[in-house]
Design a protein around this ligand. Structure first.
Ligand SMILES: NC(=O)c1ccc[n+]([C@@H]2O[C@H](COP(=O)([O-])OP(=O)(O)OC[C@H]3O[C@@H](n4cnc5c(N)ncnc54)[C@H](O)[C@@H]3O)[C@@H](O)[C@H]2O)c1
Length: 324
């Protein structure tokens, strides 16, 4: 997006938690480009130092190695901060099914610490990462805020609890909270490695390495794959939203729908590879279809995503070709 259309006070200070991760490091980069002071709080558990190394020489950038499960750390990090973008969390539905207690501690306890620290430090806006997983098994498409079903994983539960705290902190304490329900984000710096890697970077890397990717299920499941630039736009617009738009959650997606098998073939075509995928079993906790109605974010946040899947995947592939 054109960041010139988004204007904050010249002296605005931002705190990005999880800033050494995929989404967080892209937010840090965008904010530094806009000339703002940016603090990055990260414990480097799933994030990487190399995601933020390039910011080290920028005088507007501060890195705090710390954990959001520690309230003192959150309090210090929030001192003098105007806007918080809370991205720190553990992702992955399957991993949360294996270790629910840890997800509770980080994704709920850590986010609550950050909300409390933001409240006590009179932060103007608290924008936090929620997830499309809060829709659970609700069958209706497109997914619309207010139509949530039964949850399918501890991960989804943590995000729903975060949203409830977001509502409460708005009502009880007047903290402007905005929960952003991201839908399958992809783009530069998303980790392609490990058992819990997201499907797009994983497939791109496997194909570049000459391996044959495996699709879980029949490939006929669909997702609203969302390019990172749209997520940056959602965060910036939420920071500028009115008080009346606070205390709520918003779908942040491209508003499209891509079948996994089609996504796979678009990647192989872009890479010039003629490789058919293997098919494996369905993954526990996964939903069959996901596609977002983004009209609420359009109306209340002025969110109008510029990247559809095709534009985004082209940029992402170019980045992986140069950086893997
Ligand atoms: N990537 C997606 O498609 C997607 C979809 C929906 C929601 N989300 C949410 O967006 C946020 C960012 O996700 P991401 O894909 O960039 O993941 P990521 O793993 O790349 O980034 C998360 C970052 O948080 C840090 N972190 C984890 N626990 C921490 C703790 N206790 N204290 C401090 N830092 C900690 C990690 O080191 C990492 O840098 C998460 O809240 C995630 O649940 C992501």
């Amino acid at each position: 997006m054109s960041y010139s259309e988004v204007k904050f006070d010249k002296d605005a200070v931002f705190l990005v938690t999880g800033g050494a991760g995929f989404i967080g490091s892209n937010l840090v980069e965008a904010l530094l480009r806009m000339g703002h002071k940016v603090r990055c709080l990260d414990n480097l558990s799933t994030g990487k130092q190399e995601n933020v190394d390039m910011f080290m020489d920028d005088p507007n950038y501060t890195f705090i190695k710390g954990d959001i499960t520690d309230l003192d750390t959150c309090m210090k990090a929030c001192e003098g901060v105007d806007y918080v973008m809370n991205e720190a969390a553990w992702g992955s539905v399957p991993r949360s099914i294996e270790m629910p207690l840890y997800y509770e501690k980080v994704n709920i306890g850590g986010t609550l610490n950050m909300m409390e620290a933001a409240r006590q430090n009179h932060v103007k806006k608290f924008v936090y990462a929620s997830s499309s997983s809060v829709y659970g098994d609700h069958p209706v498409l497109p997914k619309k805020e207010g139509q949530e079903g039964n949850l399918l994983s501890p991960y989804a539960l943590t995000k729903r609890v975060d949203e409830e705290y977001g509502k409460l902190y708005y009502k009880l304490y007047g903290l402007d909270t905005y929960g952003l329900r991201y839908f399958n984000v992809f783009g530069r710096r998303q980790d392609p490695n490990g058992a819990y890697a997201a499907v797009i970077p994983k497939f791109i890397k496997q194909l570049l390495d000459g391996e044959t990717p495996t699709i879980n299920g029949d490939g006929k499941q669909s997702r609203d794959f969302t390019y990172i630039e749209n997520v940056i736009e959602g965060n910036l617009k939420a920071c500028l939203a009115s008080h009346e738009a606070g205390g709520q959650a918003y779908n942040i997606a491209a508003g499209g729908r891509e079948y996994l098998i089609d996504m796979y073939h678009k990647i192989t075509t872009a890479l010039g590879k003629d490789v058919e995928p293997n098919f494996g079993p369905d993954r526990a906790g996964d939903i069959k279809h996901s596609n977002a109605d983004i009209s609420k974010a359009a109306e209340f946040l002025g969110y109008h995503p510029e990247y559809d899947f095709e534009c985004g995947i082209k940029e992402a592939i170019d980045w992986y070709r140069e950086n893997l």
